[in-house]
Design a protein. Structure first.
Length: 253
C-alpha cells in the first residue's frame, strides 16, 4: 500500500505541475496538488513492519478499506459518465442547444470550440434553430453566447438560425434560462457539450423538464483526466442537491 500511495501522490503532483506550466489557469488543478501531498503524507507515515508503528494496524486497515471503496465508487461513476459521453441520441428535436464554456479573452477556448464544431456538424445534418447558452465570466471580455454566435456565423450558420441566452453562469442556469427564453413546458433539444460533461448536463436538463438527445463532443486530451475527475464531484453534488430539492418539495405538499 505504501508504494501505491507514493506512486499516486507523486503522479498527482506531477500532473498538477504539467497543467500549471502548460495552461497556467485551469479549473480544479489544485485538487491534484492537495491530494498528492495528502497521499505522500500517509505514505511516509505508513508502517512496513518495523519496530515502531507510525500508523496503527487498525488505522492502516481503515485507510486501506476507505481508499479501495473510493476507487470502486469512482470507477462506477466514471462508467456512467463515459456511457453518456459516447452514446448519441436520435437526430430528432426542435432545437440544437450548445452549452457554453470558458473564453480566451474574446475568443472561444479549445473546449468550447470542440462543442461548437460538433454542433455545427449536427446543424448541417439537421438544420434546426441553434441555441447558444452562456453568460460572461469575471475574466471574460464578453458573454460566451456572443462568442459562440460569432464563431457559428463564421462557419456558415445563418444568424437568423441562432438564439442567444447570455446571462447564465452555470449548467443549471443554462437550462433554467433557456426554458424561460423558449417559453415551453418540455423543450426537445439536441444537446451538445463535451463528453465529460454530458451525463450531468443531461440529468440537469431532465430535472428542468427538457427532453435531451445527447451528442457529445470530443475532449482535449491533455486536460481530459482533470475534467473527468472534477466531474465525479460535480455530478454527485448535482444529484444530491436535486434529491434534497425533491424531498423538500414533497414535504411541502
Amino acid at each position: 500500500m505504501q508504494w501505491f500511495l507514493f506512486l499516486s501522490g507523486g503522479s498527482a503532483i506531477a500532473y498538477y505541475l504539467f497543467m500549471k506550466i502548460c495552461y497556467r489557469r485551469i479549473a480544479f488543478a489544485s485538487f491534484f496538488l492537495g491530494s498528492g501531498i495528502t497521499m505522500l503524507f500517509f505514505a511516509i507515515l505508513w508502517d512496513n513492519g518495523g519496530d515502531q508503528n507510525k500508523v496503527s494496524d487498525l488505522w492502516q486497515d481503515v485507510i486501506g478499506i476507505v481508499f479501495l471503496m473510493g476507487i470502486l465508487f469512482f470507477v462506477f461513476t466514471q462508467a456512467m459518465i463515459l456511457f453518456y459521453g459516447f452514446h448519441d441520441g436520435k437526430k430528432k428535436g426542435d432545437y440544437i442547444m450548445v452549452l457554453g464554456a470558458g473564453l480566451n479573452g474574446r475568443e472561444v477556448s479549445t473546449t468550447l470550440r470542440l462543442r461548437l464544431d460538433r454542433a455545427i456538424a449536427l446543424y448541417r445534418q439537421c438544420p434546426l434553430p441553434m441555441i447558444v447558452s452562456g453568460g460572461q465570466g469575471k475574466d471574460e471580455e464578453r458573454s460566451e453566447a456572443a462568442a459562440m454566435r460569432d464563431y457559428c456565423i463564421a462557419q456558415g450558420v445563418p444568424e437568423k438560425m441562432i438564439l442567444m441566452e447570455d446571462v447564465s453562469c452555470s449548467t443549471d442556469e443554462n437550462f433554467a434560462f433557456v426554458k424561460r427564453l423558449l417559453n415551453q413546458q418540455t423543450p426537445h433539444v439536441l444537446l451538445v457539450t463535451n463528453r465529460f460533461h454530458m451525463c450531468r448536463a443531461a440529468r440537469i436538463g431532465a430535472f428542468h423538464g427538457f427532453r435531451c438527445e445527447c451528442f457529445a463532443s470530443p475532449v482535449h486530451t491533455a486536460t481530459a483526466f482533470n475534467f473527468y475527475v472534477r466531474e465525479f464531484f460535480a455530478l454527485w453534488k448535482t444529484l444530491l442537491c436535486h434529491l434534497f430539492f425533491l424531498i423538500c418539495k414533497k414535504r411541502k405538499q
